[in-house]
Design a protein around this ligand. Structure first.
Ligand code: 5GP
Ligand code: ZN
Length: 111
């Protein structure tokens, strides 16, 4: 089972900020901004490369819940949503996740 599947299963603790039947959001263990949250599907999808017509509904649902998570965090000035896919992007956990970053003026040099 991958690290984030273990978090979904409760085998590894996390600081949850949102949960429903298909999606979990929790605080990143090494935050890069005042707010740094990871939003993941509860089902294992390895990365953006693993999104298909069969499983994309959960990705749509993730984006449906993100605005509410951001609002609950007080990110009135905006925020960034990032998904690293593969080694060139620096993906370190092989379970699809979307970073929500905010709470400060973020750098604009994304690459
Ligand atoms: P990636 O580098 O794959 O885009 O993002 C993985 C993220 O998971 C990193 O920001 C890292 O800090 C976070 N992370 C790694 N292990 C854990 C953990 O055990 N718990 C939590 N909450 N975050 C983790
Ligand atoms: Zn997984």
């Amino acid at each position: 089972m991958c690290l984030f599947c273990k978090i979904v299963a409760g085998e590894i603790p996390s600081t949850k900020v949102y949960e429903d039947d298909t999606v979990l959001a929790f605080r990143d263990i090494a935050p890069m901004a005042p707010t740094h949250i990871l939003v993941i599907p509860k089902t294992h999808i390895p990365s953006v490369d693993g999104v298909t017509a069969e499983n994309s509904a959960v990705v749509a649902h993730i984006f449906e819940v993100i605005p509410g998570i951001a609002a609950a965090e007080g990110l009135t000035g905006g925020y960034r949503v990032v998904s690293n896919c593969g080694p060139d992007a620096g993906q370190t956990v092989p379970h699809l996740h979307f970073h929500i970053l905010g709470g400060k003026q973020l750098r604009t040099d994304m690459a």
